[in-house]
Design a protein around this ligand. Structure first.
Ligand SMILES: C[S@@+](CC[C@H](N)C(=O)[O-])C[C@H]1O[C@@H](n2cnc3c(N)ncnc32)[C@H](O)[C@@H]1O
Length: 890
């Protein structure tokens, strides 16, 4: 339980709305971070901000169209929220005794076997079990059809008066009625927190409510939350459908659709003893999920809105297609450009609209939309024209400034909040930043980053079809700004085919351009001089410096750091691999305590007396002590079958998997939260111990596999399933083959969280690699110190493993901790070995152990496209899932 009384109060207030602690916690945490623990902002208007944020969170979950209960749930929440604005919540109000009047909102009977969406509000009965501790009852729950109590009552509650409402709430716990299998209604007292229920006190309340609940605020909620969905807000209940207000008037009626006691999988409940929360998912798996990478700009806007009707010629971007189309047209606007670059008539849109915000500020905003729903926003900060102090603010600066402004001015929850106004403010922020001398240095750097790419474009005729004279200032033309030139928007690029690109030539030119100093202010002037009327023309092909590098390392992404070359290939689209610094070994970022000293490795921990190959010795030396039956490797260099199988079953087999729980979990501690969560458990693992420099054996000793580095022929490739880049083998790999190690920066978990928070607060959207915890040892000793609670982050520095994608349960690789230079276990290497024979060209995968339900974890959850029949992020029936699991593990 939280000890902070403000946290308790917040929980209490939300509970009164039928929102469980489990729903509140993650959102409250985020808000505390966002508001820098400014509780006043959270507590304002009876925690309206908090309720709003929770509501948004629920709304953002993948909608299940068939789940009518979801709509009902959300609807109830809306209603309650409206209530909240009229009814102050008292801190000493008993929890959970709001009743829902028997009424007329019918929730359709759930007949499907599908697991339910994790709408937690109706499942508070299970919340108490919500920790991730293994729960024997889970199997039963998972195997049985999930059912949800049917909420019969749907009368909109009323508040006759605040006083009366409070009295009602402060009265004794009231019974709720459960409809038994025979359909009789029996009353029984339900403990607080069992169900989301709604308050009313008398018939007159109801009369009031018919008129009052469908108030503006509720309607605005409705509009906000249920755009385009089926009746979200019922008409005011017709008189004849009004509930019976007699004896049971303060009761909630549930009806179990099939007359069985209801059983639910609470979101945190796990299918038996699974390390990685093997549990059928609620999110529908659809093959047509939008691909993040398919973002494309769509239009050119003429800042001069007078000629807007002729000025917008749009380029088709087919977001739904997986394969991006080759560039079919140039970007242009205005008659003067039409001859220069042909535009496919089929690509032009008839129904484009251009909205312009009135010119009453130093900046103007134009929004172009098409019938296909594509939108382009153009900010024209007119007052910058000709200003000598103009410089380009970074996107981070701009967003941060905008964020501050939102918090200050709007406090986010202003019901009249207008995005248009916000965007106008954004123009103003831009203007402020662009003319603030204190940011000038940074901005210059940014310009330097941009210009080589532009220079290249100028020189490389044929790249994306840009003609010699058609390239223009990409980010500034006559005071108009195109956001794509913030480097955050690098992914937001126009697709260009690789084929016509003469790679060598491009790289040469780019290097030449950089060497010749074709960057910086000189270029800026050149751009300013470019004559394109008042158009913003976006060059069709832009290579960022990172892309230049990627091209350069096309034949070896490791930059020569490994024994083998690892090329990359993209035959799906024209995306380049993300830029990162290739390192073949882990590097300490800053505070991690990793001691590699020779003196630390005591004589009794290494095989000083060995010579040659330890595996050939008649008695295994001390370096095999960590493994039960001698060395872990065979003479051929593979992990031994029994050891490997042991490792596999420890992580995959529900019967064998074993989680241990820290008393004081460093992971939770590192979040620096007011509300400390209990440890979520860490998988117990087996280690391999390799010989090291202090040992007497040869470098080619059979007990030195991981430290000798990558030997397999690998390739980084762009996956066609929408997982981004992946790693595959170009040769057949026998079972137990060492593939590579997970290499990255060694961070303390505190450092990692700080990094994560920075990324969140700066709204960075770049894709990043997955951090892995080095937590195998955390529960074996007492309290792990912060500087010893480590993880590896390969976002900025890493090796080839940063491209390995996740596969639920039956991945073809497994990660095994390998101890090499340090005798203690808080730092170790994480090595990938094949779990079976892997064919040439097969993608290499591992199970990240991710819980797709848990948003409060170090890693960010993604919609899984692993394709495994054990996928934990797929909608499937419980029974089939369990069947698959038992098929796999007997
Ligand atoms: C370690 S990176 C793997 C390389 C990544 N695909 C890339 O393009 O750089 C992890 C990220 O890859 C993506 N990813 C990995 N496995 C996936 C899967 N099974 N389904 C969908 N996306 C996946 C997610 O975006 C995840 O955050």
């Amino acid at each position: 339980m939280p000890t902070n009384p403000r946290v308790v109060k917040a929980f209490r207030a939300m509970k009164a709305l039928g929102i469980s602690e489990k729903q509140v916690k993650p959102v409250l945490k985020k808000m505390l971070k966002l508001y820098e623990k400014n509780w006043e902002l959270i507590e304002e208007e009876n925690y309206r901000a908090l309720a709003d944020a929770i509501f948004d969170e629920e709304e953002s979950k993948v909608p299940d169209e068939n789940d009518d209960a979801t709509v009902s749930d959300s609807f109830l929440l809306m209603v309650m929220l409206c209530m909240l604005s009229c009814l102050p919540i008292s801190s000493d109000m008993p929890l959970g005794y709001f009743d829902l009047q028997e009424g007329t909102f019918e929730e359709k009977t759930r007949i499907s076997n599908e697991p339910e969406r994790p709408f937690k509000r109706l499942r508070r009965g299970q919340d108490g079990q919500g920790s991730s501790q293994p729960n024997n009852s889970d199997l039963v729950l998972a195997g049985s059809p999930s059912r949800k109590p049917k909420v019969e009552g749907k009368v909109l509650p009323g508040a006759k008066s605040q006083k009366q409402s409070l009295e009602t709430r402060n009265s004794q716990p009231r019974p709720i009625s459960l409809q038994n299998p025979a359909g009789n209604i029996s009353s029984q007292t339900v403990s607080p927190g069992c169900l989301a229920v709604q308050e009313h006190s008398s018939q007159s309340d109801l009369s009031d409510m018919d008129g009052t609940l469908l108030s503006d605020s509720l309607l605005s909620w409705k509009q906000r939350s249920y755009k385009g969905k089926e009746p979200l807000l019922p008409e005011p209940a017709p008189q004849e459908k009004r509930p019976n207000l007699k004896g049971s008037s303060q009761a909630v009626h549930f009806k179990d659709p099939v007359g069985q006691p209801s059983a639910f999988l609470s979101p945190k409940q796990k299918v038996p003893h699974s390390r990685a929360l093997i549990k059928p998912k609620d999110e529908p798996f659809t093959g047509d999920m939008p691909f993040e990478d398919a973002r494309q700009p769509i239009a050119i806007i003429r800042p001069d809105s007078a000629s807007k009707e002729q000025s917008l010629i749009q380029r088709v971007s087919s977001r739904k297609q997986h394969h991006q189309e080759p560039p079919a047209s140039q970007f242009l606007a205005g008659e003067d450009m039409e001859d220069n670059v042909p535009v496919s008539s089929s690509l032009a849109r008839d129904s484009c609209e251009l909205a312009t915000i009135p010119e009453d500020s130093p900046a103007s905003l134009e929004i172009a939309t098409s019938a296909l729903g594509e939108v382009k926003i153009s900010l024209s900060c007119n007052s910058m024209l000709g200003r000598p102090d103009f410089h380009m603010p970074s996107q981070d600066e701009l967003l941060q400034s905008m964020q501050d402004k939102c918090l200050r001015s709007y406090k986010i929850l202003d019901p009249n909040f207008s995005v248009m106004q916000m965007l106008k403010d954004m123009c103003e922020c831009f203007l402020d930043l662009a003319t603030d001398p204190s940011h000038e240095h940074e901005s210059q750097e940014r310009i330097l980053n941009v210009t080589p790419a532009l220079d290249l474009l100028k020189k490389s005729v044929g790249v994306g079809g840009i003609k010699e004279n058609n390239h223009v200032p990409a980010y500034v033309a006559r005071g108009s700004v195109d956001a794509r030139h913030f480097d955050e928007m690098a992914a937001f690029q126009i697709p260009r085919p690789l084929q016509p690109l003469n790679v060598l030539e491009v790289v040469q030119v780019s290097e030449e351009a950089i060497e010749n100093g074709c960057s910086g202010s000189g270029k800026v002037n050149e751009f300013r001089d470019a004559e394109f009327g008042s158009l913003i023309v976006v060059p069709q092909s832009q290579l960022t410096p990172d892309e230049f590098r990627s091209l350069h390392y096309r034949t070896d992404i490791t930059k020569g750091e490994e024994m083998v070359e690892i090329p990359w290939l993209n035959d799906v689209n024209s995306e380049f691999p993300p830029f990162f610094n290739y390192i073949p070994r882990n590097l300490i970022f800053q505070n991690a305590y990793v001691n590699f000293t020779l003196s630390q490795t005591r004589a009794e921990n290494c095989c000083l007396a060995c010579i040659g190959n330890c595996l050939l010795s008649s008695t295994p030396c001390v370096c095999s002590n960590d493994t039960e039956h001698g060395f872990a490797y065979t003479l051929e260099g593979f992990v031994k079958e029994d050891f490997l199988e042991d490792c596999i079953s420890l992580t995959r087999d529900p019967q064998r998997q074993c989680l241990s729980y820290c008393r004081d979990c460093p992971l939770e501690r590192s979040k620096n939260d007011e509300i400390l969560e209990p440890c979520k458990g860490h998988v117990k693992r087996k280690y391999i111990e390799e010989c090291w420099s202090k040992c007497g054996c040869h470098k080619q000793c059979g007990n030195r596999v991981v430290q000798r580095g990558i030997r397999c022929k690998l390739q980084v490739f762009f996956t066609p399933e929408g997982k981004g880049w992946g790693l595959r083998t170009l040769e057949m790999l026998p079972k137990g083959t060492f593939v590579c190690e997970y290499v990255g920066e060694i961070l303390t978990n505190k450092e990692f969280y700080e990094r994560k928070m920075q990324r969140t607060s700066s709204s960075k959207t770049e894709k990043h690699a997955y951090p892995v915890l080095l937590d195998a040892d955390w529960c074996l000793k007492g309290v792990v110190k912060d500087e010893e609670a480590l993880c590896l982050d390969s976002t900025f520095y890493g090796n080839i493993a940063r491209f390995i994608n996740h596969r639920c349960l039956d991945a073809n690789m497994i990660e095994i901790p390998v101890k090499i230079e340090t005798p203690d276990h808080h730092y170790y290497h994480l090595a990938f070995f094949t779990t079976r024979e892997v064919n040439a060209l097969e993608e290499l995968t591992w199970d990240y152990g991710i819980d797709f339900d848990d948003t409060d974890q170090p890693v960010e959850v993604f919609p899984c496209r692993c394709g495994s029949k054990f996928c934990r992020n797929m909608k499937r029936s419980n029974s089939k899932f369990i069947l698959n699991l038992y098929e796999a593990w007997g």
